[in-house]
Design a protein around this ligand. Structure first.
Ligand code: ADP
Ligand code: MG
Length: 356
């Protein structure tokens, strides 16, 4: 258990430097935080994901035999310390407890101060790699089952004043028991009332709401609802709904699908910061019905609803086929584990920093 990274081992020597006046002051044992376990207590089994902010391993907790996900926290090369995105992820996730939100069990440390890992409940699938590897699309009953769980998780987040800001299929996990969990809180933010301006560049392009593309600085929970609309459509069609290749292209795809917005249907639209920079194509129709000719009225209403307001009153989930129970979700092959195990299974992983 002895760890170089846990100096609490020698309580008498813990002193902090004074910011004013120089010298040191002792930190009494009662004021110190608890000790983190070492990542050495986990056996890395294989790499399962590698996104923008970190490497994720499937691992075994050697103390309990439990299978977990270990996410290595990316460190800022330029600045010392933990990047703000990881700090946000840790502080938010530690407070959140919900069946449809990924569970952060604890934070563990490696040999160096800059190696920190999140230990999370393991989910056998993420929807991105699952969709990639599935031969047949999800049934409508399964799509409803997944989206309902996403909405439950999201309702919990929104009730707690948290906007996820990066919902997409690769950030939705699923267990072999059919339980869907929202993951990756690297961009999530707690918001206050009234809403304060935030950085507009959030949410992967394909799932980005039009107000973000048009430069809004007051972000609402509506940006997550928009992303859920994109995800629902993607699950139903078995392909991404709006795969834009640039911001201009993304806006154009939205306009082609839903019609040109105007001040009547979207009050405040013409005052958005970037509206004058774009010449939107004139498209008077909503083409969702043409894109999903087989989808019921309620299904189309929900999609249109997600691309605007709150979905809670929709009847889509109450008509046949009814959403299947999570237990009735099929168990899918574990495609991600077929990839090679890490070359060095050492406790420090690949020691890779920055963006992979
Ligand atoms: N708790 C988990 N269980 C199983 N797989 C996970 C878990 N957390 C993350 N992953 C996998 O790792 C990938 C990247 O993790 P994520 O948290 O989204 O980080 P990033 O910010 O790098 O995108 C996910 O898309 C998923 O495949
Ligand atoms: Mg991710």
């Amino acid at each position: 258990m002895a760890e170089a990274a846990c100096p609490e081992q020698e309580p008498e020597v813990l002193r902090l430097k004074r910011l004013r006046g120089g010298g040191f002051f002792p930190v009494p044992p009662g004021d110190r935080l608890g000790r983190c376990r070492s990542v050495k207590e986990f056996e890395k089994l294989n790499r399962i994901g590698e996104g923008t902010y970190g490497i994720v391993y499937r691992a075994r907790d050697t103390q309990t035999d439990e299978i977990v996900a270990l996410k290595k926290v990316r460190m800022d090369k330029e600045k010392d310390g933990i990047p703000i995105s990881s700090l946000r992820e840790i502080t938010l996730l530690l407070k959140l407890r919900h069946p449809n939100i990924v569970e952060l069990k604890e934070v563990v440390v490696g040999n160096h101060l800059e190696s920190i890992f999140l230990v999370m409940g393991y989910c056998e699938q993420d929807l991105a790699s699952l969709l990639e590897n599935m031969q047949t699309p999800f049934s409508e009953a399964q799509v409803k089952c997944i989206i309902l769980q996403v909405l439950k998780g999201l309702q919990y987040l929104h009730e707690n004043f948290i906007i996820h800001r990066d919902l997409k299929v690769s950030n939705l996990l699923m267990t072999d028991k059919g339980c869907v969990k929202i993951a990756d809180f690297g961009l999530a933010r707690a918001h206050g009332v009234p809403l304060k301006p935030m950085t507009p560049k959030v949410v992967t392009l394909w799932y980005r709401a039009p107000e973000l593309l048009l430069g809004t600085t007051t972000q609402t929970t509506g940006i997550d609802m928009w992303a859920v609309g994109c995800i629902l459509a993607e699950l139903l069609a078995h392909k991404p709904l709006l795969p834009g290749s640039s911001e201009i292209h993304q806006i154009d795809l939205i306009v082609q699908l839903l019609g040109t917005p105007n001040e009547n249907i979207w009050p405040g639209f013409s005052k958005l910061p970037l509206v004058s920079q774009y010449t939107l194509r004139k498209q008077p129709y909503n083409n969702l019905k043409h894109k999903f000719p087989w989808l019921s009225e309620a299904g189309l209403r929900l999609l249109n609803f997600l691309f605007m307001y709150d979905p809670k009153k929709s009847s889509y989930f109450k008509e046949k086929p009814l959403p299947c129970e999570p237990e009735l979700m099929p168990t899918f092959p574990h495609h991600r584990n077929k990839r090679a195990a890490p070359a060095s299974a050492g406790a420090e992983g690949q020691g890779k920093r920055g963006k992979p």
